[in-house]
Write a protein that binds this ligand. Structure first.
Ligand code: NAI
Ligand code: MG
Length: 479
């Protein structure tokens, strides 16, 4: 059994102030794969104090020097992918090949993009050509608490740590207690990259414990959070007492609007995208809106594609999807599938229960519902499992109305070969991101949502600016 009870505080691994063992469960087997500790207030206080002490030394370094540390981190990260991949497969169930490519790859991608974007951040410049003795300085917000989820663990950790480090913030990372192991490997990489002590700290813990201690801590200036809308609200309320800056990346219920003139791969692409990472992505295209003339054909294709997806152990190589992360999520997904059936949606693939022949592990059948209407629970709640809902529509106006009729606003998708219509749709969809015809956003594009999907943007220049305050100086002396 792997035992990793320590936290990384002020440049060294230290024992928890109070022992509080927590088992990390492998969702492929339902067995414990490691033991960690959940921190307590004394650990949180020590980590925040270290970050606070390190702040002046870090934030006043020239930005080029901070960028150089991130470059060193990236070089080390690229050599330690296998360790990170194995950790994620074991603790959150991403199939090992997918973990090596997509999960680990997302981390190097973001670090690389931040290094490039950093050169475009206007850290220090005159207000304008006309007002040379007004100076606009962008400086670190301060001590940042970074609270991350288990679904794309390295993606989230690098999006936050990379941006905070370049901006000049010092930080305390609390990874999800469901997936702490990859973050502990990442902390080793930060150490090896030589970040000055206290710049980066890691304390394990859960939401009611370390999560809440961080979001209410008087010496924390900002909280950057990714996870459920429920926790995002709790964090915002707790952080309001000290008026912290709060950055939130929350859930989604993305529409994938497929018009009759969409390319022939559109339906297949939409189903596979939904099922990737076993449906555990905030930007999953979970409501497939299909225009009536191609609806019956689309339903048939979607069922075929879903039935062709295999489900298997995360430690096995291959292109299958893995289990969902834990028992709570498994039960939640089962309940929602049952609700879909009870509320009258037409089940065309999958359903409740484990796939045939599996009786252990949090495995869910790739599931598709047709004839869903947007009022049904499965069209309103984020399921966070391999479950697709299909909704027919007639006109473009109706598609926009259905797509926008949700409390969420993270990513919507449009499939049509009519370029003018695609662009019209992109303007009308109320979401932080719109992706059309299978083209994802390019490196450096901002990630984030509107409405209850959150506030703020991650990635690229926007992601770095989120960790910066704007300072306006009048009477700046000529240099
Ligand atoms: P969660 O929001 O409880 O967990 C995410 C992180 O927040 C973890 O690090 C957790 O320890 C922390 N946390 C929880 N409550 C907190 C609190 N009150 N204060 C501070 N930190 C807190 O998510 P959970 O329960 O694992 O998943 C539930 C649902 O949330 C999923 O079914 C999905 O719908 C959504 N979710 C969305 C994610 C996204 O990428 N936007 C990621 C994970 C979950
Ligand atoms: Mg686990």
């Amino acid at each position: 059994m792997i035992e990793k009870r320590q936290f990384y505080i002020n440049g060294e691994w230290v024992d928890p102030a109070v022992p509080n063992d927590f088992e990390v469960i492998d969702p492929s087997t339902e067995e414990a794969c490691a033991i960690i500790s959940l921190g307590s207030k004394a650990d949180t206080d020590a980590a925040v104090a270290a970050a606070k002490d390190a702040l002046p030394g870090w934030m006043y370094l020239p930005a080029e020097e901070r960028i150089a540390y991130v470059e060193k981190l990236l070089a080390i990260y690229d050599t330690r992918g296998e360790e990170l991949a194995q950790a994620m497969s074991a603790e959150m169930g991403a199939p090992i090949d997918m973990s090596r490519t997509q999960q680990v790859g997302s981390g190097s991608y973001h670090l690389k993009n931040f290094i490039r974007a950093a050169k475009e951040v206007p850290f220090d410049k005159p207000l304008s050509d006309r007002f040379q003795n007004d100076r606009i300085i962008m400086e670190a917000v301060g001590v940042a608490a970074l609270i991350t989820p288990w679904n794309w663990p390295m993606n989230q950790v690098t999006l936050k740590v990379g941006a905070a480090a370049i901006a000049g913030c010092t930080m305390v990372l609390k990874p999800s207690e469901q997936s702490p192991l990859n973050a502990m490997v990442f902390a080793q990489l930060m150490h090896e990259a030589g970040f000055p002590k206290g710049v980066f700290n890691l304390v394990n813990g859960d939401g009611p414990g370390v999560g809440t201690q961080l979001s209410g801590h008087p010496d924390v200036d900002m909280v950057s959070f990714t996870g459920s809308t429920r926790a995002g609200i709790a964090i915002s309320q707790n952080a309001a007492n000290t008026l912290k800056k709060v950055h939130l990346e929350l859930g989604g219920k993305g529409a994938n609007v497929i018009f009759a003139d969409a390319d022939e791969k559109a339906v297949k692409r939409g189903v596979l995208h939904m099922m990737n990472n076993t449906g555990q992505s905030c930007n999953a295209p979970s409501r497939m809106l299909v225009q009536r003339p191609i609806y019956d054909q689309a339903v048939e294709t979607a069922a075929e594609v879903a039935n062709s997806i295999t489900v298997g152990n995360a430690h096995d190589e291959g292109r299958h999807i893995g289990p969902v992360v834990n028992e709570v999520q498994f039960n939640k997904i089962q309940d929602l599938i049952q609700k879909g059936i009870d509320e009258g949606a037409r089940l065309i693939a999958g359903g409740t229960g484990r796939p045939d022949g599996m009786n252990r592990g949090f495995y869910v059948k790739p599931t598709v519902f047709a004839d869903v209407n947007n009022e049904m629970t499965i069209a309103r709640e984020e399921i966070f499992g391999p479950v697709l809902t299909m909704i027919p529509f007639d006109t473009e106006e109706e598609a926009v109305e259905i797509a926008n009729d949700t409390p969420y606003g993270l990513t919507n998708y449009v499939q049509t070969q009519d370029g003018e219509r695609a662009n019209r749709m992109a303007r009308k969809l109320r979401s932080g991101m719109v992706e059309m015809n299978g083209q994802s956003r390019s490196p450096g594009a901002p990630f984030g949502g509107m409405k209850q999907s959150g506030k703020g943007r991650e990635g690229g220049v926007w992601g770095i600016e989120d960790f910066l305050e704007v300072k306006a100086v009048g009477g700046w002396a000529a240099e």
